[in-house]
Design a protein around this ligand. Structure first.
Ligand SMILES: [Zn+2]
Length: 200
């Protein structure tokens, strides 16, 4: 399993690949591979994470990015520090989610406006749970659980969909070609963020 994982990075990934791929790229539809815990902290995985952070930072309207969006079918996504800043009001770093699993979704759902850096310039309405809890490993290999509502809960659902090869346009309504901008990100934000546990 470890070798196969390493091969994915070797074969699929080069220094020139921190470009966000668009709908139609096969990596967006592949089932992603679990990341062996022994890979966390290795130079290879660190480089992938650094490249993803760079690629996300280059997008003014970007709030999160999943590994398939840079052509890598592995279980990893990041959320921009901008999102945590909106929720907590404090300057924040990008958050890394390795092998994430949604562990709870609220029955209550809401129609939310949604876009995707890989389905530009489309924008649509999605029914999403208003609250979600996720379990993952961070870039230090520490397991954590996080509960969130609003924008952050929406991102958990959108990004874990990416890891299943699902794009929001598969089920969104009223899909329109309207680019997202920062104003809309602020408008969407009405969430809380609770870090429930962080074990070593
Ligand atoms: Zn997306």
């Amino acid at each position: 399993m470890k070798e196969r994982f390493v091969n994915i990075i070797k074969i699929r990934y080069s220094v020139h690949m921190s470009i966000i791929v668009q709908d139609g790229h096969p990596a967006l539809r592949e089932k992603t591979k679990h990341i062996p815990l022994s890979e966390i902290g290795t130079p290879k995985l660190k480089k992938v994470i650094t490249d993803m952070k760079k690629a996300l930072a280059e997008q003014d309207d970007g709030v999160a990015l999943a590994a398939p969006q840079i052509g890598l079918p592995i279980k990893l996504f990041i959320i921009s520090g901008k999102v945590t800043e909106l929720v907590t009001g404090k300057k924040s770093k990008d958050m890394v989610f390795i092998n994430p699993e949604i562990i709870k979704l609220s029955k209550e759902k809401k129609t939310m406006e949604e876009g995707c850096l890989s389905v530009r310039p489309y924008y649509g309405k999605m029914r999403r749970s208003t609250k979600a809890s996720i379990r993952a490993y961070n870039e230090k290999g520490e397991r954590f659980e996080m509960g969130a509502s609003g924008l952050m809960a929406q991102i958990f659902q959108h990004e874990t969909d990416h890891l299943e090869g699902i794009l929001f346009t598969d089920s969104a309504a009223d899909i329109l070609a309207v680019p997202l901008n920062d104003k809309e990100i602020e408008k969407l934000d009405d969430g809380d963020l609770i870090i429930q546990s962080n074990e070593k």
